[in-house]
Each structure stands twice: as C-alpha cells, then as structure tokens.
Design a binder for this molecule. Structure first.
Ligand code: ZN
Length: 374
C-alpha cells in the first residue's frame, strides 16, 4: 500500500507546475508518459504530437488545441517556459484521454491531475482515499463529453458617422437603416441567448474603420473562443429596378489567404496543415450560416422582396478573422419601393427576425453536432 501511495504522489508532483499560479501541466511530461512522437515547427511555434493516426496540435499563446482535427477551447492560454509548452489542466486531461487506451482513468484531487491505468485509482476509491463521483473522470470518453458552444456573436452594422454608405431614394442612408436593423437583431439575440456575449461594432451613428471592426472580432475570438460575425449592409445599384436581399460569405479561392502570410511556408509544415484545416472549417461554416440566413429571410420577406441567393466574396470586412462570418445585404435603397419598405419599422423587424432565425438554426446545428463533426 505504501508503494501505491508513493506512486500517485509522484505523479502529482511531476504534473503540477508550482511556479504558475494557475494549474498548468507540462506537455513534455504527457509526451514521455504516453510515448508520443513529436514534430516542432519553428515558424509559428506549433507542436504536433502524434501516435499512429492520432494527432494533436499545440501552438503557443492560443486558447485552444486541435485534437483529432477538432478545436478544443482551453480555460486559459497555452504558455511556454524555457522552451517547453505548458497547457491548462482541462487541455491536459483532453489530450491524455484522447491518446490513452480505454482503461486509463483520470481524476482531479485537490486541483491536481492524477492518472494511471485504473488499478491504483480503483484501490484508492475503495479505501475512500479520493473523492469519487463528480471529481472522477470515468473511462476515455473523448467524443462523448466534448461540448462545442458558440461563445459570442458580433453584429456589425456597416458604415456610420462620416461614412453614410449608399444614399438612395429620398436620401435614405444605408448607415441608418443597418443600425436600426442591427439594434432590433441585438435585442432578439440577447433575449434568446443570455449566456452568450453579444457585441455591436457600433450601436450609434459613429465611424468605425474596417480595420477596427476586424480587431473587435479577433479580440473577441481570442478572449472568448467560438465567435460568429454578422455584418449588415444595404445595397444600391445604378439601375433603380434592382431590388432584393442577398447574403455573402468568403470566396473559396480566397480562403488560403486568411491567415498570416508570414506563418505559411512552402514545405508541408505543421503550420500549413493546421491552417488548412482551420480555414476549410471556417469556409464551410460561413457558407452554412449564409445559407441559413438567406433561407430564413426568404420566409420572412420573400413575399415582397426578391431572393438573390448566397454569394461568395473576396474582399470582406473581416478577411483576417478566423471565424464564421457573413455579410447580409438586406435590400436596395436605390429602388423606390424597397427604400420605402426600409424606412418601416415592422419591415426591419421582419428582416432582423429572418437573420435571427438563420442564426438560431446555425447555432443549434453547430452545438448539436459539436461543430459539424458528427
Ligand atoms: Zn455597405
């Protein structure tokens, strides 16, 4: 018995890094315990750890790790000290579960992570030495207990302040129509999702540069994790006959340029693999979100306006952002009849409801399928 206790205590001291005030675990310890292979990419400081066909990517200063191709968000950022990665406890547990066989058990004891092949833990629990139940992680159930949630929604009413956007029939300004619509949408989302963070890039008539809108999006993503970006605009055309609504998302050919050029090299580096995976995922998600919004707008305003479909765009508000993002053109203010509709509160309410319905569908599908992985 003395031997067993010594064994467990040893593990606790190996994994717990006392120098950091929050619970971090050494990635190197995990690697050596599970005998994993590694590749390190200097360009973007990304570490690939693998065993057979299982892979995990860890990058410094990020709040997620990519486990088996899926992003797992951490309670805190990955950090490094003396050339070694340290990862928050929740990430360490996920990685251990992912790589270990079914008979490994993990549990937290007074904030410390302990794991072994089952026998030690079983004995300890039987002798009432460790708290069972909720502090006790059962078998390796990586897929089952994983929750993917949208944490934040950013609503971006286009233009504002000195930039009126398009000016249409009877002097109707795009910036005013999109702000009214965005404020209605904000209220709907807040009521439906009190647990999600809703951010407006502007909530009054002020000028916000495109760069700053992108910064708001990226900061939110870095701080909170999974984020959705919805930009609202009004269309205009030289032809006063054009009318209708359309939803844009990023162009497929453009997607390779989303991430920092500096981090992409010509060889098949870890960076490329990680980036390609992330970009592909975002492209698919954006397209799905665009489709949902366009379909639901059709249901709400299709009886009077025209469904112009979903479209792909190269030059986008947040082309540097790593999150699903769409831009909705809610109508043409250059068309007399549409411009009149766009001054009507109940019509704007229908538009907001359409965007809202599409968003709800996206979020519900996303969270049900754990980020479209099932
Ligand atoms: Zn615009």
């Amino acid at each position: 018995m003395i031997k067993r206790r010594l064994f467990i205590t040893l593990f606790i001291s190996i994994f717990h890094i006392c120098a950091l005030d929050r619970a971090y675990y050494s990635v190197n310890r995990i690697i050596s315990f599970l005998k994993l292979d590694t590749e390190f990419n200097n360009i973007n400081s990304a570490l690939l750890i693998k065993k057979l066909d299982k892979t995990v990517y860890i990058s410094n200063f990020t709040n997620y790790v990519i486990i088996g191709g899926e992003k797992f968000f951490l309670n805190d950022f990955v950090t490094s000290e003396m050339g070694q990665f340290f990862i928050p406890v929740d990430g360490a547990i996920e990685i251990l579960k992912y790589f270990s066989k079914d008979n490994y058990l993990f549990y937290l004891s007074e904030g410390d992570l302990v794991f072994d092949d089952g026998e030690n833990v079983k004995n300890a629990v039987e002798k009432n030495e460790f708290p069972p139940d909720d502090l006790f992680e059962k078998k390796s159930t990586y897929k089952d207990d994983k929750v993917k949630k949208i944490r934040a929604i950013i609503i971006d009413p286009g233009h504002g302040g000195k930039d009126p956007g398009s000016v249409g029939y009877n002097g109707l300004k795009e910036k005013d129509v999109v702000l009214s619509t965005a404020l209605i949408l904000q209220k709907k989302i807040k009521d439906k999702y009190p647990d999600k963070t809703i951010i407006m890039t502007r909530d009054r008539d002020v000028f916000i540069p495109l760069e700053e809108r992108a910064n708001i999006a990226n900061r939110t993503y870095e701080k909170l994790g999974e984020t959705i970006f919805i930009s609202i605009h009004v269309n205009s055309s030289r032809s006063s006959k054009s009318y209708g609504f359309e939803t844009w998302h990023l162009n497929a050919d453009y997607k390779r340029d989303i991430l920092n050029k500096e981090s992409i090299s010509d060889d098949k580096s870890v960076a490329n693999i990680v980036n390609a995976m992330m970009i592909e995922e975002i492209y698919k998600e954006s397209k799905e979100l665009a489709k949902n919004i366009q379909d639901k707008l059709e249901e709400r305003i299709g009886y009077v306006s025209k469904n112009r479909g979903i479209k792909e765009e190269k030059y986008f508000v947040i082309k540097k952002s790593v999150m699903p993002a769409v831009l909705v053109e809610i109508g043409f203010n250059s068309n007399k009849y549409e411009a009149i509709r766009l001054t009507n509160y109940s019509y704007l309410n229908k538009i907001a409801a359409g965007i809202f319905d599409g968003l709800i569908k996206f979020i519900s599908d996303y969270e049900k399928t754990k980020g479209f992985t099932e």
